[in-house]
Write a protein that binds this ligand. Structure first.
Ligand code: MBD
Ligand code: FE
Length: 281
């Protein structure tokens, strides 16, 4: 059988690399001066480390072998999103007044199936995990509702796997786009995601093992929230009580992003309300 338990770092890495190439057509408008300044600083930081730490030829060759393997495993998206994207996001959103954003990560897929609220994310008949009703309202910074807001939601399943990046899952499993109502309100029925371990059998996993780190991210919902005339927010929401909230390998948790769902009382899982405030364009 093919199930997500046969997921490999190389397969999810190849998927993330292909996804990046398809979606992120970045026009390179960076000036020579800027490229020279940035590349110069990064190269200097590496050289300073070599000198300060008295890096040996064995260590230099281990680095070279590892960098080659990152590419072979398709793990440049994973490496960069886990260890660098949080700083890029911090810089990008420093002037925002509305809800906090955080990193996108490597597993977003655009154009997931669209539903009007109240929605249920596509899932298997026997989808494992506690049902979760995620609901809220999208507003502007003045507190006015934003009709026609779009809530894109994607997350891992109960075993920590993302559809389209692990084998054996339906194409759009646990990925959906919800159109809010005339008051900007939305309801999305899904399941509670599990804590997520980044692939341990690829180059990033080898680094984590060699350094004695851990590979965990707290359980999280990924979101992109948008409305006409407003800045799109890319964010993630986490769950109170998850031990990795304080210890995320990707450094992407902020206190404002932690949910505390409550029991629905009808034996039907849990629910939580979270409102999004969008900045004007
Ligand atoms: C993830 O699911 C994720 O959200 C990030 C940032 C990195 C790796 C896997
Ligand atoms: Fe994720």
């Amino acid at each position: 059988v093919t199930t997500e338990t046969q997921a490999t770092a190389a397969a999810s890495g190849a998927g993330a690399t292909a996804r990046f190439r398809e979606d992120k057509h970045v026009a390179v408008t960076t000036s020579q001066e800027r490229v020279s300044a940035l590349a110069g600083r990064i190269i200097k930081a590496i050289n300073d480390t070599v000198i300060d730490e008295k890096v040996t030829y064995d260590e230099y060759n281990a680095l070279k072998a590892w960098l080659i393997r990152v590419g072979e495993d398709g793990e440049w998206p994973l490496f960069l999103d886990v260890w660098v994207e949080h700083s890029v996001e911090e810089v990008a959103n420093v002037n925002r007044h509305g809800s906090k954003g955080t990193i996108e990560g490597p597993y977003y897929i655009p154009n997931a199936p669209v539903q009007n609220t109240p929605a249920s994310l596509p899932m298997r008949d026997d989808e494992p995990g506690t049902p979760l009703l995620f609901q809220g309202q999208v507003k502007n910074v003045a507190g006015q509702p934003l009709p026609g807001a779009l809530i894109e939601l994607w997350h891992a399943d109960d075993l920590g796997f993302y559809s389209q990046f692990a084998p054996g899952l339906p194409e759009w499993n646990l990925r959906g786009s919800v159109i809010a109502d005339a008051e900007g309100k939305f309801q999305a029925n899904t399941i509670q995601p599990a804590p997520y371990q980044i692939p341990t059998d690829g180059a990033c996993g080898a680094l984590i093992a060699a350094a004695g780190w851990h590979a965990w991210r707290p359980a999280h919902l990924h979101l992109k929230v948008s409305a006409p005339g407003h800045q799109l927010i890319t964010t993630q929401l986490y769950f109170q009580g998850d031990e990795h909230v304080a210890d995320d390998i990707a450094s992407a948790v902020k206190p404002e992003l932690i949910l505390a769902p409550t029991d629905r009382g009808d034996g039907n899982g849990r629910e939580v309300t979270y409102d999004f405030i969008l900045d004007p364009e």
